[in-house]
Design a protein around this ligand. Structure first.
Ligand code: CDP
Length: 211
């Protein structure tokens, strides 16, 4: 089984992916972490994430240990991620790893769930289940600000909203693998739903699909 989850920042992908992975016993890959790790490595070298040579070199030498940095969850890493993610050669360098993960899930699992921006459109276009989560920008910014505050990071709602809108626009407008629902994706607006309701709606959709 392969489940593809896509959508903009803070639409609820992470929580839903964790729950579905546990429910169906699937290997889980947060593909955003790959782009965050590349962006963060470029920043750590004092380079600009939009610097193609630096970003491509970081993508080509990425190893699993780079995915464990706690800084990857910061907004600075998220913003750097969306800059390196717009570079076609960076995406190309990360493609095989993601497709291999889906084709041969690790840890003896028989299926995988991947979340990101282009899973249903580019990475796993044949996935039998594709979900696209979205929510109003103000709601997403509020969720992200709360997440950051819970981790002890100072976060001002209006600044989070501005950064997120900027990042979403970059993700939607890029020429390669832009953020958009696959034609056969189930689109779920989570603005007025809590995590339990999102999980229930996803399970309902999946069960109807496999009847
Ligand atoms: O957690 P959040 O939704 O804020 O972001 P993320 O999923 O960690 O992704 C960070 C950035 O990586 C996104 O804004 C995209 O620019 C990029 N990304 C991508 O281009 N393709 C993916 N499959 C996953 C992430």
């Amino acid at each position: 089984m392969i489940i593809a989850i896509d959508g903009p920042a803070a639409a609820g992908k992470g929580e839903l992916t964790r729950r579905l992975a546990a429910h169906f016993d699937l290997a889980r890959l947060d593909t955003g972490l790959l782009y965050r790790a590349v962006g963060w490595r470029v920043l750590a070298e004092g380079r600009d994430p939009a610097d193609v040579a630096a970003a491509v070199a970081a993508a080509k030498t990425l190893i699993p240990a780079h995915l464990d940095e706690p800084e990857l969850r910061t907004e600075a890493a998220g913003s750097a991620a969306s800059k390196v993610a717009a570079i076609p050669a960076v995406r190309a360098a990360l493609l095989d790893f993601q497709r291999d993960f889906a084709a041969r899930p690790p840890l003896g699992k028989t299926g995988a769930i991947l979340d990101g921006r282009d899973i249903g459109t580019v990475i796993c276009p044949d996935a039998p289940v594709k979900l696209f989560l979205t929510a109003r920008p103000e709601i997403r910014a509020e969720r992200r600000a709360k997440e950051l505050q819970a981790k002890g990071t100072e976060a001002i709602g209006s600044a989070v909203l501005r950064d997120m809108m900027e990042r979403d626009a970059r993700d939607r407008e890029r020429s390669v693998a832009p953020l958009e629902p696959a034609q056969d994706a189930f689109v779920l607006d989570t603005s007025d739903m809590d995590a339990d309701a999102v999980f229930a709606a996803a399970l309902d959709y999946i069960s109807r699909k496999f009847v």
